[in-house]
Write a protein that binds this ligand. Structure first.
Ligand SMILES: *[C@@H]1O[C@H](CO)[C@@H](O)[C@H](O)[C@H]1NC(C)=O
Ligand SMILES: *[C@@H]1O[C@H](CO)[C@@H](O)[C@H](O)[C@H]1NC(C)=O
Ligand SMILES: *[C@@H]1O[C@H](CO)[C@@H](O)[C@H](O)[C@H]1NC(C)=O
Ligand SMILES: *[C@@H]1O[C@H](CO)[C@@H](O)[C@H](O)[C@H]1NC(C)=O
Length: 318
């Protein structure tokens, strides 16, 4: 694949720096091998712009960074996603789950009002803050020029707009069951992206993803390299920690509860495969998403556009 050749040449150019970054050589759908530790970073004690939880390998080394924003434009707390976020960290990433408002909205505050006039500056401020704050905070050293955005649901409205605001800061991005009303115009210089959907998020009485603003639409406004997939039978709540699944399925269409652990193992592998290939620069890791025979769940849709021209990609990555 030309995409892979390109990554290979990038490794040569940046050889010294890239080689020092941890690389997971296992199957991403298996659990990562690193022990993971957590650190809560607060607005009050640490003077952090936003409440954040860090999940990091408890082993000295250099690791790329993942910045995660949960549903409802970051109002769904990242603490509800810790099971899967920890599993991603175990593949060799420092994962920050960031809450737009912690612990929640004030009583009586209408969720839609703040979202409509949401200021994304605090997320950028948080990244700046963490760059300084994390120095010597853990045995894992963050490599800030290998930074991915990840999101769930309308947290992807935030990350999409952040990617429009600054194209150079981020290396790649993962949109999990995205929803955004900003997904109509093309993104001029997009970073490599994974667009991911589930069958049940657009089925039933309460659709938690909307056709026309979903992963297919994100794929349409993107450019090479991009990859879209949709899995059968699972739904919008399945990525959450088990204890929040029940609450969420009062709103979004329910899936089969007996399969949550299986789903977590799969989704952490899909998220990790993409960042192992784009941030850790392990060339073959993309095949865990591009080769359908390697994907351990039933797919309904699979689109890839990874064979870009070199010229196009240079624009994207530099
Ligand atoms: C991408 O290119 C490689 C070789 O350069 C080829 O084997 C592969 O089939 C191509 N994939 C697609 C989807 O075109
Ligand atoms: C992290 O590693 C240190 C040193 O090996 C160990 O003492 C500590 O218990 C570990 N913490 C966790 C949460 O694994
Ligand atoms: C984007 O981020 C980079 C790296 O942090 C920074 O140097 C640059 O000034 C930012 N660009 C804009 C338009 O904010
Ligand atoms: C739920 O999944 C389990 C295990 O795969 C299966 O045995 C069961 O029949 C499923 N239940 C429904 C209602 O589909």
């Amino acid at each position: 694949m030309k995409f892979l050749t390109f990554i290979a040449s990038l490794v040569c150019v940046l050889g010294y720096e890239v080689l020092s970054i941890y690389v997971d050589w296992g199957n991403p759908y298996d659990m990562g091998r690193l022990p993971v530790n957590d650190l809560t970073i607060t607005e009050t004690i640490d003077k952090s712009p936003l409440h954040t939880t860090a999940h990091y390998p408890n082993q000295s080394g250099e690791y790329p960074v993942v910045f995660f924003i949960g549903g409802m434009n970051g109002y769904v707390l990242s603490e509800m996603y810790t099971d899967v976020l920890r599993m991603v960290a175990a593949h060799g990433f420092i994962v920050f789950g960031v809450d737009y408002k912690y612990p929640a909205l004030n009583d009586g505050e209408n969720i839609f009002k703040p979202i409509l006039k949401q200021d994304l500056k605090p997320y950028f401020n948080e990244i700046d803050f963490l760059k300084t704050f994390m120095v010597n905070k853990s045995p894992a050293k963050p490599v800030w020029n290998k930074l991915a955005l990840m999101c769930h649901s309308s947290g992807c409205d935030c990350t999409l707009r952040m990617l429009r605001m600054n194209t150079t800061m981020f290396t790649s991005t993962v949109f999990i069951e995205p929803v955004s009303f900003d997904a109509f115009e093309k993104v001029p210089n997009p970073v490599p992206a994974l667009m991911y959907g589930t069958e049940l998020s657009e089925k039933g009485l309460t659709k938690c993803c909307l056709p026309g603003t979903d992963f297919r639409q994100f794929y349409k406004i993107w450019k090479c390299p991009r990859l879209a997939l949709e899995v059968a039978d699972f739904g919008h709540c399945d990525i959450l920690n088990r204890e929040f699944w029940g609450v969420c399925t009062h709103i979004c269409t329910k899936s089969n509860e007996t399969r949550i652990d299986e789903y977590h193992k799969f989704i952490q592998g899909a998220m990790s495969s993409f960042v192992i290939s784009t941030l850790q620069m392990r060339q073959d890791a993309i095949t865990y998403l591009s080769d359908t025979t390697k994907i351990p769940v039933k797919l309904l849709e699979h689109q890839t556009d990874l064979n870009c021209t070199l010229e196009k990609k240079s624009d994207q990555l530099f």
